[in-house]
Design a binder for this molecule. Structure first.
Ligand code: DC
Length: 228
């Protein structure tokens, strides 16, 4: 583990399936800092509606927001998502949750609620956050900003394998289509769409395993810290 002695904020943004979360996990572990998976927060919030069988409409989402409490819990480098006291981690990567999360992420009130939480979590500690609007909206002054991209074929292949392992009945074609659809929704939403911050370093993860990407990004971070 590398020790850094000042508080830093690292932002990793990008579209769905580019490897933001798994790479952030490795970097967080190597630096001994907290990883805030903001996508998991959107997923956790959206799962409330699936669990309680509430139709996903903008009005329903806004009405129910005060009843929803999403917390990320950390135990031995493993992140759990807690929704109103219940650990829902095993459910949040399902396709229906991906779809629901993409829907709720368009709603201004949802973004405000989670943005406040994200800023609060980063108040007194070094963190790495992965998401879609970290470098542009949540922490425009982050110390390090990266924007990940990857070929759709690799993203769809990996996502299909992961979902099949979890017992979901999907095909490569259905997953690819859903990924493209979500990415389009995320890029064209009015509130905080996916966008590379002007001062973010763009990085294409297609050719690399997650450990290789993590090492390259970590080396860039440490080099800059050493020079400062
Ligand atoms: O990264 P992910 O697939 O776990 O994200 C799930 C959804 O959450 C994604 O469709 C859009 C939304 N999201 C967002 O709007 N802003 C973020 N910072 C992170 C995720």
């Amino acid at each position: 583990m590398k020790k850094i002695d000042k508080k830093i904020i690292i932002a990793i943004d990008g579209g769905p399936g580019v490897g933001k979360s798994s790479v952030s996990d490795i970097i967080a572990r190597d630096l001994g800092i907290v990883h805030i998976d903001t996508g998991a927060m959107f997923r956790g919030l959206s799962y409330y509606f699936i669990k309680n069988n509430i139709e996903l409409t903008e009005e329903n989402v806004i009405d129910n927001l005060p009843k929803i409490n999403v917390v990320l819990k950390y135990d031995n480098n493993v992140t759990s998502v807690i929704l109103n006291g219940e650990d829902i981690t095993p459910y949040i990567r399902k396709e229906e949750v991906s779809k629901a999360a993409s829907f709720v992420s368009k709603i201004k009130e949802v973004r405000k609620k989670l943005l406040d939480l994200q800023r609060e979590m980063a108040k007194n500690q070094s963190v790495i956050l992965d998401g879609q609007d970290i470098g542009t909206v949540v922490f425009p002054d982050a110390d390090f900003k990266f924007f990940f991209t990857a070929d759709i074929e690799k993203r769809a292949k990996k996502r299909t394998e992961d979902l099949i392992k979890k017992g979901e009945n999907v095909t490569y074609e259905s997953v690819k289509k859903a990924l493209e659809q979500r990415e389009l929704e995320n890029k064209t939403r009015k509130e905080a769409p996916i966008k590379k911050a002007d001062d973010a370093i763009e990085f294409d993860t297609t050719k690399y395993e997650k450990e290789q990407t993590a090492k390259i990004i970590l080396d860039m971070i440490l080099e800059r810290i050493d020079k400062a």
